[in-house]
Design a protein around this ligand. Structure first.
Ligand code: HSE
Length: 311
């Protein structure tokens, strides 16, 4: 017998990873959002929310990333099924670690299950992206793809969509540090120039290639050398008080590389042990404090699993 309700947890993610603007992202084990979905007799999506800073998120399904992702999925499978959706935010919205994507990923996985899996997991991505677009004003998959599939993901192409799993070196760990303020992804995308100089494009392409080779060969020096962002960081760094000193504190604490996570204000760092990842977290929180900001650190392995069905 099919269930009428389901609870799904999807995790946070780090997008861009410095050299992969809009095309590289990885999932982290925590924090995460939990979405509970229940079939209802009448059509339509009814959304309620709880958890961290949920008050700023719209509950109108057309303007909610989970709601919009579900509507897109239902449209494709031509279903009129209605759902009650409760989103428990464990990831603060506007923090830069894929908060909106986690809700959308958990929502499409849950609805697909409740409809008896009309779509393959890989087919859920476009619907998650439709949800993500509500928050960011553009189609990008570097948060939603890792949230849906886990691991480190390369979006080689958007048209047509070509999503590739990159190898995750055994000893690669992530630190994400979230200063306590919101950056709206839409605004952070609008501040980027429409064109980049050829010289920057060449350098970014070289670094992206170096980064993927570094993952393949577990060459952490190469990873570190490649973690340079010429597209977004030069413009977005000014949104984050103390950015240069917090970044430097991570490097001094042993990071392989450090940069802005997604559109910020979170920063991320990669390292080669959980102990160092935790030490980097403590150091960065201290550096943010010196810049006058409260922050929270999450040090975790790269999360390799898709959203988890809790019950
Ligand atoms: N790649 C996107 C951006 C990620 O940097 O705008 C948003 O989290």
């Amino acid at each position: 017998m099919l269930n009428n309700s389901i609870r799904v947890r999807a995790t946070a993610s780090v997008a861009n990873v410095s050299c992969g603007f809009d095309c590289i992202g990885y999932a982290i084990a925590k924090p995460g959002d939990i979405v509970t979905i229940e079939k209802q007799d009448q059509p339509g999506i009814e959304i309620s929310m709880s958890g961290i800073k949920y008050e700023s998120i719209p509950v109108d399904p057309e303007n909610n990333t989970a709601g919009k992702a579900i509507l897109s999925l239902l449209d494709t499978v031509e279903s009129k099924q209605g759902f009650k959706v409760h989103i428990e935010k464990g990831i603060p919205p506007g923090s830069g670690i894929g908060s909106s994507s986690a809700s959308a990923a958990a929502a499409v996985v849950g609805v697909n299950e409740l409809l008896n899996k009309p779509l393959e997991n890989s087919e859920l991505l476009v619907h998650g992206m439709a949800g993500e677009a509500v928050a960011s004003g553009g189609f990008h998959a570097d948060n939603i793809a890792p949230a849906l599939f886990g691991g480190i993901i390369l979006i080689r192409s958007y048209e047509p969509l070509d999503i590739l799993n990159l190898p995750v070196p055994k000893k690669l760990f992530s630190t994400a540090v979230l200063p306590d303020f919101i950056v709206n992804t839409l605004d952070a995308r609008r501040m980027l120039p429409k064109r980049v100089p050829l010289k920057s494009a060449v350098e970014q392409a070289g670094n992206l290639a170096g980064f993927t080779l570094g993952l393949h060969e577990s060459d952490f020096d190469l990873l570190g050398r490649s973690m340079v962002d010429l597209f977004a960081e030069p413009f977005r760094a000014e949104l984050i008080p103390g950015y240069p000193s917090v970044r430097q504190s991570a490097m001094d604490a042993g990071a392989i590389g450090c940069g802005i996570s997604g559109s910020g204000p979170a920063l991320f760092a990669l390292s080669d042990s959980l102990k160092i990842a935790e030490h980097i977290g403590i150091t960065m929180v201290g550096a943010f404090k010196k810049a006058g900001l409260k922050s929270t650190a999450y040090s975790t392995p790269i999360h390799k699993k898709p959203p988890e069905i809790l019950d």
